[in-house]
Design a protein around this ligand. Sequence first.
Ligand SMILES: [Zn+2]
Length: 152
Amino acid sequence: MATQASKSKKKSPRSAGRKPEYMITYLCPHCGFDSGRTELDVPPVCFYCDAKTGLVEIKREKLSAEVMANRMKLVTDRMMDNLRKAWGISEKEWPQDPEQEMLLLETMAKGKKFQDEIEEMGEKMKRREKEKGKKEGRDPLLCRHLPRHQAL
Ligand SMILES: [Zn+2]
């Protein structure tokens, strides 16, 4: 059997420019998860619930390949598990190649977020429709986005 062709190592655009010195672990009071950030991530954002406030620094480590690798492993393991379940993918369907795994994770993370946003938007629209039917009034939110003559 032929071995898989080695893939070219791409530098992530993030690594360009300033170099972070520390890996800071923040605990999020909103969801209870911890996020690894660097001192360049200002303000730190919770990896899990996107909270930007109240994050508590619980650990600060000098950034090294090892620190980074440990963090990545923790995060990807967690993320993989959550996403895999959310998307109904079984463990044996999961790619074995680490690069493909990362790619899938990134795609799914974006997809899930997008899905949530769409869902939320749909809920808002439904609520709006309901209210419209109830009082036949105009939605003030909608009017705000339209030029006055059009809204009237
Ligand atoms: Zn959070």
